[in-house]
Design a protein around this ligand. Structure first.
Ligand SMILES: Nc1ncnc2c1ncn2[C@@H]1O[C@H](COP(=O)(O)OP(=O)(O)OP(=O)(O)O)[C@@H](O)[C@H]1O
Length: 239
C-alpha cells in the first residue's frame, strides 16, 4: 500500500500543496486532477522526494518510500524533457536498467531482453535506433512508457501522459495500464483530460492545493466539487 499523510510543500514561503492524505492499494490506478497550478506535479514530485516537503510522510509497504526509490518509475511531463538531447530510443529505455547493471558496464543479456520486450510492448522496437527528437509526440510518450516498464517498478507515476498523443498511443497506454494493474502495481496518473482516462481510475483525487474531493468518479465529479476546484472557469467550458 502507498500511504501519503499530511503532505505539504512550500516554494519560498508560498504554499503549493497543503495537507494531502490518501492511500492506494496494489492494483489501483489513482487519477489526479485539478486546475492549472493546483499543485498536481508538485504533489507527485514531493512523493518522489524530488522537491523538499515541509511536512508529511510518504510510506510504501509500511516503510519510507525514500528508501525504496528503485521500486518507483516516474514519467515526467513531456515539456520537462530535453528532446534535443542526442540519445536513441533504445538507450532511453536502457537507462531504466542502469540501476541494475551500473553505468559503465555492458548491459546484461537479461536487461537487453527486458528493454526489447518493453519496446515491443509499446510498438516501438522497430524505431529503436532513432533519436528521440525525431519522434512524434505519441511515439515519445511510448518510449517513456517503455522505460517505465523496463524498470519493473511497483509504483508508477505519470505526469500528463495523454498530452499531445495520437489514438494509437492512447489505446496502447490504456492497455498497458490495465495490465500493470492486473500485476498488482500502483499507478498514479496526473491528467488534465477529464474524459476517458478518468473512467479507468479506481480512485480520483481532485486537487487545488488541498484535496477538494477523493473517491470514485461519481463521488468526485459532482457539480459542487468541480465548482470548488475550478471556480467559474469551468462554467465557460459548459457553454
Ligand atoms: N520550482 C518551483 N518554484 C516555485 N514555485 C513553483 C515551482 N514549481 C511550481 N511552482 C508553483 O507551485 C504551484 C503549483 O504548481 P504545479 O506545477 O505543481 O501545478 P500543476 O497542478 O501541476 O499545474 P499544471 O496543471 O499547470 O501543470 C504553482 O503556483 C506554481 O507556479
Amino acid at each position: 500500500m502507498l500511504e501519503v499523510e499530511h503532505l505539504a510543500v512550500n516554494y519560498r514561503g508560498v504554499t503549493a500543496v497543503e495537507d494531502v492524505s490518501f492511500r492506494s492499494l496494489p492494483g489501483q490506478m489513482v487519477g489526479v486532477i485539478g486546475p492549472n497550478g493546483a499543485g498536481k506535479s508538485t504533489m507527485v514530485k514531493a512523493i518522489l522526494g524530488l522537491v523538499p516537503i515541509s511536512s508529511g510522510v510518504v510510506k510504501f509497504r509500511d516503510r519510507s518510500l525514500k528508501q525504496q526509490l528503485n521500486s518507483v518509475a516516474y514519467v515526467p511531463q513531456r515539456s520537462q524533457i530535453d528532446w534535443d538531447y542526442p540519445i536513441t530510443v533504445w538507450n532511453v529505455v536502457m537507462m531504466a536498467r542502469t540501476v541494475h547493471t551500473g553505468w559503465f558496464r555492458e548491459p546484461s543479456k537479461p536487461s537487453q531482453e527486458i528493454v526489447k520486450e518493453a519496446l515491443a510492448r509499446v510498438g516501438m522496437l522497430e524505431l529503436r535506433s532513432r533519436q528521440i527528437g525525431e519522434l512524434s509526440g505519441g511515439q515519445q510518450q511510448r518510449v517513456f512508457l517503455a522505460r517505465a516498464l523496463a524498470q519493473q517498478a511497483e509504483l508508477l507515476f505519470f505526469d500528463e501522459p495523454f498530452v499531445g498523443i495520437d489514438q494509437k498511443t492512447e489505446a496502447i497506454m490504456f492497455d498497458v495500464f490495465a495490465e500493470l494493474k492486473l500485476q498488482g502495481k500502483i499507478l498514479l496518473v496526473v491528467t488534465h483530460d477529464l474524459g476517458t482516462a478518468l473512467t479507468k481510475c479506481d480512485q480520483l483525487l481532485l486537487l487545488n492545493k488541498q484535496i477538494i474531493a477523493t473517491g470514485s468518479l461519481k463521488e468526485v465529479m459532482t457539480a459542487d466539487n468541480i465548482q470548488r476546484a475550478y471556480g467559474d472557469s469551468v462554467l465557460l467550458l459548459n457553454r
